[in-house]
Design a protein around this ligand. Structure first.
Ligand SMILES: [Zn+2]
Length: 490
């Protein structure tokens, strides 16, 4: 048995105009044998594919695997390049492989495409024929419609958000492939869509009511007498596409009735709980959130975590500006994306004092730059292997990086889009999370896997940036507002 592995994993914020280009994707691209060598043992979907196949003695062949942190749409050229690489690679290997395990996201857009993930599958299917097994691992934030099942043999999404189960998702997909090829099961999938869209910040699977929906899905899997795998997708509301929002897919062993019953049960629950799902977390405005953090930090034993949740480019400055304005002390502000400011600090050199315009450059809603002045504690080209639970073991290249101490706030500036979500932004630079009173993060959900334990309190702050929790304020063009909650009955 020989299986091909490929990946093109990307989530797009439609409202951000800067495209994610081939150069960006190439920074994280692996090809051929390198995919297997670099991703073996990592907590990624590909890591899960590889682990299962090697455990079962299956030969693997890598085609291309790339990903980027979510920012603006993928360029059409990038879409065409990686789609051609994957589909033509499979066409060339067609006679020597038995199936392909593919890692996509499900919420990619390009300037001209509203569902490029399905377009990739369509292209692959046209090259490999109707019966070739194409099994897909997707993000929990995929925006889907039933068309995906025309081209994919089976589809698996993460069960957890924060996505601590990327590797396990790859394993579920990998086992389905192997059992299918051995003739043990015949995957038959069904799809349902409850027409509910909620802010990203509300898609935490440990928080009610999504926790109850996920628990019910696991219960249905357990109760079933035959194989069934259930994926509940929460959707990604910042991709402006007609199939935005929740959906449910089940993979059964040739049991369309069970698969259909299951997706409908879960879809109905999501619809019934739509109001609670939308408001699963409380959000504060900037001034109130910062004031509350400063007040709480006076007596808290652990840091207060502020989350600038609407930031989509890792450079929003609303909360940093307010922290400076309200004279907050002993604050850490890890990983602001600003390659120019990082380069200026590198040029000035460690130990010198610098005045810098930081962040807020990326687009009109990012808040504009903030002027900081401080001592450069570190300046250099930083890379390390992630030690936190999300993507553990993968190499993170931050590019030119600087750490500045303003006296009250320690700010780290990076040149790659990446959100601080684990302890690495501290320990990799010689700090400890617990030494700070207030920590400003930009991760929406993933930080919870680590910071729920480390923080005394988590305060979510909303701003006018493109990731606002007030979805009804966003300038959607393609979301079907006449049919979908919250637009129908907000
Ligand atoms: Zn996600």
């Amino acid at each position: 048995m020989r299986i091909a592995i490929a990946g093109f994993n990307f989530e797009s914020v439609s409202f951000i105009l800067q495209e994610t280009t081939i150069d960006d994707f190439e920074k994280n691209a692996y090809r051929g044998e390198e995919i297997i060598e670099k991703l073996r043992g990592t907590n990624t979907v590909a890591g899960g594919f590889i682990g299962v196949c090697e455990h079962e003695g299956v030969d693997l062949t890598g085609i291309v695997s790339t990903s980027c942190l979510p920012v603006g749409p993928a360029s059409d050229k990038a879409f065409e390049k990686y789609t051609a690489e994957i589909s033509e690679g499979l066409q060339n290997l067609r006679n020597s492989i038995d199936g392909v395990l593919l890692h996509l996201h499900g919420a990619m857009t390009t300037p001209t495409r509203l569902d490029p993930d399905v377009d990739i599958l369509k292209e692959i299917r046209s090259k490999v024929g109707p019966d070739f097994p194409v099994i897909v691992g997707l993000d929990l934030h995929a925006n889907l419609d039933e068309s995906i099942l025309e081209y994919a043999t089976a589809v698996f999404g993460y069960h957890c958000s924060p996505h601590i189960d990327m590797g396990k998702t790859g394993e579920r997909a990998g086992y389905c492939m192997i059992r299918t090829l051995r003739g043990d099961i015949r995957p038959v999938c069904r799809f349902a869509k409850p027409k509910v869209i909620v802010p990203g910040i509300s898609t935490v699977t440990e928080l009610a009511p999504l926790s109850s929906i996920m628990a019910h899905a696991r219960q249905l899997e357990k109760q079933a007498k035959t194989y069934i795998d259930i994926s509940v997708f929460a959707g990604f509301p910042y991709a402006d596409v007609p199939n935005c929002g929740f959906s449910v897919i089940t993979v059964s062993d040739n049991d369309p009735e069970l698969a259909k019953r299951t997706v409908e049960d879960l879809s109905n629950r999501i619809w019934e709980l739509r109001h609670e799902l939308y408001r699963a977390v409380s959000v504060y405005n900037v001034a109130d959130g910062v004031a509350l953090a400063i007040e709480m930090a006076k007596t808290a034993e652990k840091p207060i975590v502020l989350v600038e949740q609407a930031d989509r480019m890792n450079d929003s400055t609303y909360v940093l500006r307010e922290l400076l304005h309200q004279k907050a002390k002993n604050v850490a502000c890890p990983y602001i994306w600003d390659p120019k400011a990082a380069a200026a600090a590198l040029e000035a050199g460690e130990g010198s004092t610098i005045s810098l315009q930081v962040g807020g450059h990326s687009h009109s809603r990012a808040g504009g730059p903030v002027t900081i002045e401080g001592k450069i504690l570190y300046a250099g080209n930083k890379e390390y292997r992630i030690t936190g639970p999300i993507k553990r073991g993968t190499l993170l290249r931050l590019g030119t990086t600087a750490v500045i101490d303003t006296g009250n706030i320690i700010i780290s500036i990076i040149s790659t889009h990446f959100s601080a979500m684990d302890e690495d932004p501290f320990v990799q630079f010689g700090f400890r999370v617990q030494d700070f009173d207030i920590i400003l993060l930009r991760s929406k959900v993933h930080f919870r896997a680590v910071y729920e334990k480390l923080a005394d309190e988590i305060i979510i702050i909303d701003t006018p940036d493109w990731g606002t929790a007030a979805l009804t304020c966003l300038p959607y063009k393609h979301v079907l507002k006449k049919e979908y909650f919250p637009f129908t009955e907000y």
